[in-house]
Design a protein around this ligand. Structure first.
Ligand code: MAN
Length: 579
């Protein structure tokens, strides 16, 4: 709908002219502007306005309905379907349905009282007062409109400058993005080449490096194996102790503590058996052993030590629980023997400074750790020492210093390439993100003249008894009480008038749809929400005012002469009898 205003002066002048034009013969209820339609032909005949019938002109307003469209009775209620024109001199002319004539009610639309003329009641002519009040209201609205329109013009200027600036920024970023992309691609290629080189190097020196690792880890494997052996011995001691207890304890005593330890031990044996079976099914042990690298073997010995220690812990605990609860009066020798083993072992087990217990794992050094020298120590100058020195030189040459951190090469080619690639791809990511953000802003519809750009991310709120409703324009609407409920994010404009927005995809309503908001806007001197309702469950309606909708009235008047000022302020609202 085009928004418009017919200035007050023109309205008044029109009313006067219409009144003057009215002729004596103009039937009651016909607007002077329609006088031509109510002229008899030369034979005194007249045709219904829908063309359906010709009747004598004297039958117009004879209180008998002749025309199907009711046009022959504009000034009586005989048809009831036509329209009666009240001149309302001093205010604005209006139409009412003819069914409301002489019905004993003074219709407010006919402020001149002309709708009740049969003498049953008297309707005073209040057009002067009503007209004055209406003109005052119009003036007030016009003032708001003028003020709002000034702000709107600023909004437009802002929106247009901002759009231009955003477009320029976007162009710049887009132009720069190709070199950012290229840099990311180039650094990726360099990284791939460095990785390929590293892979080749690692492949070609595999045997030598393994030999060097062997040399490095051999003493540690040996050390860890000794710990495993030691752990195995303790494990065997506990197994034998518990086997003996199981065999030789006095079954006649039925000591519950002893029984519970033995059944715990049986469960443990059962579990152990299962694990052994799984292990045997899953691999050919010897084959695997042969293929394993020094590091894998080191891990295997460490894992085995850990497992054995866990088993010892379990058996230790079983005997300990028995010790705490067994019946001392029985003096069962088998039980006492098991407790003796426990007591002897307890200090070792519970003292974490013991090197087997506390440090069953020996930390495995990096492949290159401890090589803080360019050459092998004189005592390493056997065959492996030479291998090491050759590797060191080869690695330095291609920049694979990380293999030998202590050497003169601080950073490897791969590390350098990786850092460059990380930096370039981060720049590429940032640039694309920035472009996307700008594109979103540039492509958002802020109205044909960009007036709404000023409202982006402006947040306004409306407090009512239970909730505070908020709206961040072009962003999100919320309903707040103890917590925030999203009512939806900006989705689109509704229609072509740029006065209604839709926010969708809010928090789902219990047993219902996702919450959504329709924002209906009208002209006002500031951005504010003036009413919030929930016409249907979880579908909200915000009414807001904004200067962005205070259009230039004179411009609008040119475009749409049928609208009035009220429409300009609250577009879409119609008089019920409007024709
Ligand atoms: C909350 C509010 C109301 C809504 C109900 C639906 O109480 O969001 O507006 O009608 O949930 O269950």
């Amino acid at each position: 709908m085009r928004i418009t205003c017919i200035p007050i002066v023109i309205t008044l002048a029109l009313s006067l002219i219409q009144a003057n034009v009215a002729t004596k013969n103009l039937p009651r209820g016909v607007a002077p502007s329609r006088a031509k339609l109510y002229t008899p032909d030369t034979k005194g005949q007249w045709t219904c306005l829908d063309g359906s019938k010709t009747i004598a002109f004297t039958a117009v307003n004879d209180d008998y309905c002749d025309c199907p469209d009711g046009s022959d009775e504009p000034g009586t209620s005989a048809c009831g379907t036509g329209y009666f024109h009240c001149s309302n001199i001093g205010h604005t002319p209006a139409y009412i349905k003819t069914s409301r004539l002489n019905d004993g009610v003074c219709d407010p639309e006919c402020c001149d009282g002309s709708d009740e003329f049969d003498g049953h009641i008297h309707c005073p002519n209040v057009c002067e007062q009503v007209g004055a009040a209406s003109r005052k209201e119009r003036e007030k609205l016009e003032k708001i409109h003028k003020e709002g329109n000034k702000i709107r013009k600023e909004y437009i200027a802002f929106g247009q400058t901002s759009k231009k600036r955003l477009k320029e920024q976007l162009d710049k970023l887009q132009a720069a993005s190709s070199s950012v992309k290229q840099a990311a691609a180039d650094t990726k290629a360099t990284l791939d080449a460095a990785n390929a080189k590293l892979k080749d190097y690692l492949e070609s020196t595999k045997l030598e490096r393994e030999a060097a690792r062997e040399l490095q880890l051999a003493p540690l494997i040996e050390q860890q194996t000794q710990r495993l052996d030691h752990a195995n011995k303790i494990n065997t001691l506990f197994r034998t102790t518990l086997d003996d207890l199981k065999e030789t304890h006095n079954k006649n005593f039925h000591d519950m503590a002893v029984k519970s330890t033995i059944s715990g031990y049986d469960e443990y044996l059962e579990e152990l058996k299962k694990q052994e079976e799984d292990k045997n099914n899953s691999s050919n042990k010897e084959e695997k052993e042969k293929e394993r690298s020094a590091l894998e073997r080191m891990h295997a010995v460490q894992d085995a030590t850990y497992d054995v220690k866990k088993d010892i812990g379990l058996m230790f605990q079983l005997i300990k629980e028995m010790k705490e609860k067994y019946n001392t009066e029985y003096n069962d020798e088998a039980v006492l023997k098991a407790i003796k083993v426990l007591d002897e072992f307890a200090p070792t087990w519970e003292d974490s400074s013991n090197d087997f217990v506390g440090e069953e794992f020996i930390e495995i050094p990096d492949e290159d750790a401890g090589d803080k020298k360019e050459e092998a120590k004189p005592e390493e100058k056997g065959a492996l020492g030479e291998v090491y020195n050759r590797l060191l030189k080869g690695a330095s040459r291609i920049g694979l210093g990380f293999l030998f951190k202590g050497s003169k090469v601080n950073k490897s080619e791969v590390e350098i390439a990786q850092e460059a690639y990380n930096k370039a791809s981060e720049e590429k990511r940032k640039s694309l993100e920035e472009i996307q953000k700008l594109e979103k802003k540039v492509n958002t519809d802020y109205g044909p003249d960009e007036a709404f750009a000023k409202l982006v991310d402006q947040c306004i709120e409306f407090k009512e008894i239970e909730y505070t409703y908020t709206l961040c324009l072009f962003s999100e609407a919320k309903q707040k009480s103890n917590s925030d409920t999203s009512l939806g994010t900006f989705s689109s404009w509704v229609g072509d008038n740029y006065d209604t927005q839709l926010y969708t995809g809010g928090a789902r309503c219990w047993n219902g749809p996702e919450r959504s908001v329709k924002v209906m806007m009208a002209c006002g001197t500031e951005n504010k929400i003036v009413a919030v309702s929930e016409p249907s469950k979880c579908e909200y309606l915000y009414k807001m005012e904004t200067p962005a909708l205070c259009h230039d009235l004179s411009e609008d008047a040119k475009n749409d002469s049928n609208s009035n000022l009220h429409d300009a302020v609250y577009p879409g609202k119609k008089n019920r009898d409007e024709l």
